[in-house]
Design a binder for this molecule. Sequence first.
Ligand code: HH2
Length: 288
Amino acid sequence: MAESPPGAILDTLRLYDGRVVPLPAVMGVLNVTPDSFSDGGRYLDPDRAMAHALEMEAAGATIIDIGAESTRPSGARAVSAEVELQRLLPVLQRLSGRLTVPLSIDTRKPEVARAALDLGAAIINDVSALSDKAMAALAADSGCTVILMHMKGGPEDHIRFASYRDVVAEVLNFLKERAEVAERAGIGHSRIIVDPGLGFAKTAQHNLAILANLECFCRLDYPVLIGASRKNFISRISGKSDTDVLFGTNAVNAMAVAAGAAIIRVHDPAPAAATARMAAAIAAARRA
Ligand code: HH2
């Protein structure tokens, strides 16, 4: 796999439906779940979920990531494809024709991804990095973009696996391998996004080590997504109030974009969009 020279920065993401997303992109999180760690239960009602997606778009989200299964570090309950679909379909139907920005589906299940692609999603966000071969085949055949995230264990128990000799090297190798598997399955290089998976089988120190070495991830020849928003390591470091967590999230996002991250996944798109614009401008001035 070819690596770009340091400093080679992608400026757009091209999707299979012809849409072009400027980078850095702000991915707004829409959790249609009862138990997500920061907003569980708030958007289970399809009308509220739709309204929130449109609000996030108006606030500056350039992608909306919709998920119906929580993957929080402890106590997340795995749900069946039927339950995911029951939660998702009414929201996807309401968003169809209303949402202008691309939709990403946060799922590990090919049947759920298939239904979302049929209703207009352009990106599969798979926190298991295509561990199900049927998901790889679906992504290859459909032509959609895929997010490959690092995790160890499953969403229900990943915190038990937070142990590494060298977290940066191990996560980098995992992402390289999964990207190679995806390409071998027929997913074109330009359709792959990688994500080190902050908080997934990682302690605060592991997350900090990854963030401190983000340039190494950005040197892989794929856009890098960073999902730090409101995660536990931020409240442990920045402070626990909502304002502390928001500012801590923005600090991570600014440094991630400055290091070359292409997409930041957030619950609060307005501050994230302003943060990304500023950090990207400084990074561009540094390269000029
Ligand atoms: N984080 C969460 C869920 N999906 N996908 C990617 N690619 N990267 C992430 O960091 C990531 C993700 C967890 O956040 P959230 O969706 O808010 O919570 P929950 O899983 O409890 O619904």
